[in-house]
Write a protein that binds this ligand. Structure first.
Ligand SMILES: *[C@@H]1O[C@H](CO)[C@@H](O)[C@H](O)[C@H]1NC(C)=O
Ligand SMILES: *[C@@H]1O[C@H](CO)[C@@H](O)[C@H](O)[C@H]1NC(C)=O
Length: 373
């Protein structure tokens, strides 16, 4: 009896899992067919695999949840190392893809979607449908490298599972939604190369899981919120080429894992915080092309390791800090176009640098400059 029951149970299990594995609910199928109808892609031709009624089997870029048979991932990249299988066997070398069209709102009917990647297609236009914020388990939203316009959805903060938000290299305008700091799972944020305006929300530091924040090449204004200094996992912060004003928050120096800090090409004023320049983690620092004043803090030591340290095009004065001689490594150094004076220290790292690292100052002297002290 027990034996018979478990056999029945086993058979049920097998039949149900095969049923799920090979099914595609009509609503999911309809949403994907609507997506296909909204898009135009002929170079790769992957839509040729989107035929029949089982979207979970053989449809390029689509995968389904094994447990419930629902569409879980749409992963379509225009530049990929894994082109469609049928292209491997042909003699055509994989070319970068090119897709036109707009993301239809019906995509929001795929309510078990965890991954939506439509990256590097160059010509996907239209806006990000606002209803995307209702996808309850969306984890990855990657639309990088297209021509998406409009604003970021105002209620984007509803996506409580979102770990990756990558919409870099598009034409998105408007400001960063005030709900964005509510994305409590967010680890990777890339809004670079868009047309964003407005300020960075002051509670940006609520993004406690964030490790990369890339906001470069927009038209963002206002201050750098000091709350960013509380994101203790932040490793890369790139705010370069915006219209950011105010001081560099001292709190940035307390992020232990911060290794790249790019604030170049902004309108920052005030002095360079000792905590940032003397930080143990920062190894690539670019704060050039701002209006920073005062002396360069004399805070270098054996803990200082810089592949690049660019302080050029500011209003820095005083002497070159002698403690730079104690840094364990300085690869690229640029102090040009400031108001520095005095002798360039002798010894490493100065003996491997060229005059271009020091040009355009008021009264620096000594090698590698031709002016003698
Ligand atoms: C790019 O997309 C736009 C808008 O959908 C379309 O009008 C245009 O023809 C597309 N460009 C190419 C080269 O296909
Ligand atoms: C620092 O930023 C400026 C302006 O964006 C750029 O020209 C320069 O190459 C950068 N420095 C380094 C070392 O990358």
């Amino acid at each position: 009896m027990t034996m018979a029951l478990s056999v029945v149970f086993f058979l049920l299990l097998v039949s149900s899992s095969t049923a799920f594995a090979s099914s595609c609910p009509p609503s999911d199928l309809a949403a994907l067919l609507d997506f296909k109808a909204s898009m135009e892609e002929s170079k790769m031709g992957f839509f040729r695999t989107w035929t029949g009624t089982n979207c979970c089997k053989g449809w390029y870029g689509i995968s389904c949840d094994q447990n419930n048979g629902r569409v879980a991932d749409i992963e379509l990249r225009g530049e990929t190392e894994h082109p469609p299988v049928y292209l491997h066997s042909s003699r055509i070398a994989p070319t970068p893809g090119f897709m036109s069209g707009k993301i239809p709102v019906s995509i929001c009917n795929l309510d078990r979607l965890t991954t939506l990647v439509l990256a590097e297609w160059k010509n996907i236009s239209g806006t990000i449908p606002d209803c995307i914020v209702n996808l309850p388990i969306l984890r990855i939203l990657d639309l990088v490298g297209n021509k998406i316009t409009g604003k970021l959805p105002e209620k984007i903060g509803k996506l409580q599972r979102l770990t990756v938000l990558n919409v870099g290299d598009n034409l998105i305008h408007g400001s960063i939604p005030s709900s964005l700091p509510n994305l409590k799972s967010l680890m990777h944020l890339d809004l670079s190369d868009n047309k964003l305006t407005g300020t960075i929300p002051s509670n940006f530091g609520n993004l406690k899981m964030l490790s990369r924040a890339l906001l470069a090449r927009n038209q963002i204004s206002g201050d750098i919120p000091s709350s960013i200094g509380t994101i203790y996992r932040l490793a890369d912060l790139d705010l370069s080429s915006n219209r950011i004003t105010g001081h560099i928050p001292t709190s940035l120096g307390s992020i232990r894992v911060l290794s790249t800090l790019f604030l170049d090409l902004n309108k920052l004023t005030g002095t360079i915080p000792k905590s940032v320049l003397g930080s143990k983690g920062v190894n690539s620092l670019n704060i050039s092309h701002n209006a920073l004043e005062g002396d360069i803090p004399d805070v270098f030591g054996p803990h200082s390791y810089f592949t690049a340290l660019d302080l050029s095009y500011n209003k820095l004065k005083g002497r070159i800090p002698i403690s730079l001689l104690t840094a364990s490594y300085v690869g690229h150094l640029d102090l040009g176009y400031n108001h520095l004076c005095g002798g360039i220290p002798k010894g490493s790292p100065f003996n491997h640098l060229e005059a271009s690292s020091f040009v355009g100052n008021d009264c620096l002297c000594g090698k590698p400059l031709t002016k003698k002290c």
